[in-house]
Design a protein around this ligand. Structure first.
Ligand SMILES: NC(=O)C1=CN([C@@H]2O[C@H](COP(=O)(O)OP(=O)(O)OC[C@H]3O[C@@H](n4cnc5c(N)ncnc54)[C@H](OP(=O)(O)O)[C@@H]3O)[C@@H](O)[C@H]2O)C=CC1
Ligand SMILES: O=C(O)[C@@H]1CCC=N1
Length: 269
């Protein structure tokens, strides 16, 4: 039986998923979208040929509802949806912080809920989507969520207790790398390189390092040691990174992101 899937609150993440599903072979006729603004609904229809409907209509017509509004908008969306969602619908939340129990408490008893934390590299099919089951979600529901999110990259199942940590690492993760590239490009300017060349050098170093991390099978420490020659350039840079507490700063940063994810649990964060 064909599954009809609706993406509710189709912003950056919702659109990335929608476009990935279409690239992955889902027929636009099996997909529905909702948006808060009419002009956004029309834009999605024009771009992807999908039908844009109301949230209530999506709840009635689709087998699977993927909720991709901001955590702070989830309460309002659920109040609107709850009277229209039959208990056999799979509800997938893409929101940071909000636990599956939040949805279970607000939807019909027994509604299966799956929580997913993806990230923006979904736009280039390189997402990491971290998936957890709620109380009533079965293995088949998890498999369906994996099938949907594997159209935009890798998937990983974790116990829900690890979702806030996963959000800090991979949900927010791309932002840390962009931040590092921005800072290292500034360093290139300081060292006298034109900005465009500094950018290209750092981005290619990042791509090369990322591919080696993924494909070499080597531990990151070993990869770093291979770059770090005795009395060479790299060790001087590493000493400065350690002097400035960059390792401790990263640990503290990810802990802060994890804590913020926990705070968002109420949807009022
Ligand atoms: N951005 C990221 O890197 C990641 C985000 N997430 C999670 O994904 C979710 C979405 O984030 P993101 O895509 O960045 O946010 P966006 O603001 O881009 O998308 C949310 C969309 O939902 C719409 N919306 C809000 N309320 C309603 C409603 N009641 N009915 C229909 N549409 C509604 C908004 O409309 P309007 O355009 O009018 O505001 C907006 O277009 C969040 O919960 C976030 O935690 C997860 C992983 C990574
Ligand atoms: O910053 C945020 O809250 C969202 C969730 C993970 C990435 N972006």
């Amino acid at each position: 039986m064909t599954q009809k899937v609706a993406v509710l609150g189709t912003g950056k993440i919702g659109e990335a998923l929608l476009s990935g599903m279409i690239r992955g072979g889902w027929a636009p006729s099996d997909l529905l979208v909702t948006a808060r603004r009419q002009e956004r609904a029309a834009q999605l229809h024009d771009r992807y040929g999908v039908e844009a409907v109301s949230n209530a209509e999506a709840a009635k017509s689709a087998d699977t509802l993927i909720l991709t509004v901001k955590p702070q908008d989830m309460g309002t969306l659920l109040r609107e949806l709850a009277p229209h969602v039959p208990a056999d619908r799979l509800v997938v939340s893409g929101a940071a912080g909000i636990p599956t129990s939040y949805f279970e408490e607000r939807l019909a008893a027994g509604t299966p809920v799956v929580r997913v934390m993806t990230n923006t590299p979904a736009l280039v099919d390189e997402a990491m989507s971290v998936i957890s089951a709620g109380t009533h979600a079965t293995a088949a529901h998890l498999t369906l969520a994996e099938e949907i999110f594997s159209t935009v990259g890798k998937t990983l199942r974790v116990p829900e207790s690890q979702q806030d940590a996963a959000t800090a690492l991979s949900g927010s993760g791309p932002a840390y790398f962009y931040f590092l590239v921005e800072a290292m490009t500034d360093a290139g300017i300081l060292l006298g390189l034109p900005r465009d060349k500094a950018h290209d050098l750092i981005v290619q170093a990042a791509i090369g390092a990322a591919v080696m991390l993924r494909d070499s099978g080597e531990h990151p420490v070993k990869l770093r040691e291979n770059v770090t020659s005795p009395a060479g350039t790299t060790i001087n840079a590493i000493r400065e990174l350690e002097n400035h507490g960059v390792r401790a700063a990263l640990i503290a940063a990810l802990e802060a992101a994890r804590d913020r994810s926990r705070e968002l649990a109420t949807g009022n964060g």
